[in-house]
Design a protein around this ligand. Structure first.
Ligand code: GLU
Ligand code: ZN
Length: 315
């Protein structure tokens, strides 16, 4: 059993990151995540790293990564160190998967969504359309052991969770959080049937290998954090601090997605970028920032960094 106590983050300084998926250009929501994580890093004299999460290739749009880099630079949100692309780091995820296999914590699964839905249905469980299905453990062996080969065609690999696992963590903005992982999520997938490493595994490996101490991102990702902390414990990684920023909602109170046209932002020039930054700042609860036209983005960002406060952000 892994030690479930929270180890403290490394003492050698703040390292934050912004990790967009290149499924389109930045939109109002992702700019809030970029700005919030950048301000938190800068205010703490920390480093801010940029990671392109491009593993789910069917969803990635060619060129979107370069457009995101360009938008960030126009907004004055500069990064430290070389940006990384997850598509170039597959062997790191494979190594982590092999370590988990040696620890006898993963098993192969050939269930389709349909099989899972009917297995759940036969137990009287109906999953609402917009919710993830809790995996009922259909393929889980009664006795976990290390598998000889973890490259099997059309096979997903799932992490076996202990029964009744509840993860607790402290969010720097939202306070205490907890999630019942076994009951609420079930054994989750680390490598998909189509051979794609999942977000959960890749983000945990990258956050650890890049020495990330602070994860600042949108609240849409809050429900992933317990899974990520659990994986960190098993892999022997430190757990960073987490802060989840309020989501930008559309006029119907729905989460903004890249499909929603209303969310596009204009960053053709510095003037437009400053406009968008100002909207993002209002969303982060920052008030009394300089509002004149004459101000440069650099000056404005400095004022915003001084004004940044983890507690004032409205939720
Ligand atoms: N790539 C993820 C997204 O754009 C964010 C991952 C993260 O910040 O942990 O939704
Ligand atoms: Zn299965």
């Amino acid at each position: 059993m892994p030690n479930l106590k929270n180890p403290s983050p490394p003492a050698d300084g703040y390292r934050g990151r912004f990790a967009p998926s290149p499924t389109g250009p930045l939109h109002a929501g992702s700019l809030v995540a970029a700005l919030g994580s950048w301000l938190d890093a800068r205010q703490n004299q920390g480093k801010w790293l940029l990671r392109i999460e491009d593993l789910d290739t069917p969803r990635c749009i060619p060129g979107a990564d370069q457009e995101i880099l360009r938008q960030l630079l126009t907004c004055g949100l500069s990064w430290d160190e070389e940006p990384s692309w997850q598509s170039q780091r597959r062997e790191h995820y494979q190594n982590a998967l092999e370590r988990l296999n040696a620890l006898q914590t993963i098993y192969p699964c050939t269930c389709s969504r349909q099989t899972i839905a009917s297995a759940l249905g036969s137990h009287g469980v109906i999953t609402p359309r917009n919710q993830e299905m809790v995996y009922p453990g259909t393929c889980r062996p009664s006795q976990m052991m290390a598998n000889d080969a973890i490259a099997k065609p059309a096979t997903a690999w799932r992490l076996a969770l202990p029964p009744n696992l509840v993860m607790e963590f402290e969010d720097l903005m939202l306070g205490k959080q907890h999630q019942a992982l076994s009951q609420g999520v079930g054994d989750f997938v680390l490598r998909r049937r189509d051979d794609v490493f999942t977000y959960q595994l890749a983000v945990v490996v990258d956050d650890a290998e890049q020495g990330i101490t602070h994860v600042v991102r949108g609240q849409d990702l809050l429900s992933n954090t317990a899974r990520q902390i659990y994986l960190q414990k098993i892999l022997g990684y430190l757990t960073p601090s987490y802060l989840h920023l309020p989501l930008v909602l559309d006029e119907h109170g729905e989460k903004l997605s890249k499909q929603t046209l209303a969310t596009a932002i204009h960053t053709e020039n510095a003037q437009q970028a400053l406009q968008e930054l100002r909207k993002a700042a209002v969303h982060l609860g920052l008030s009394n920032l300089p509002d004149g036209k004459a101000i440069s983005i650099a000056e404005w960002l400095l004022a915003a960094t001084q004004a940044w406060n983890r507690k004032i952000t409205s939720s």
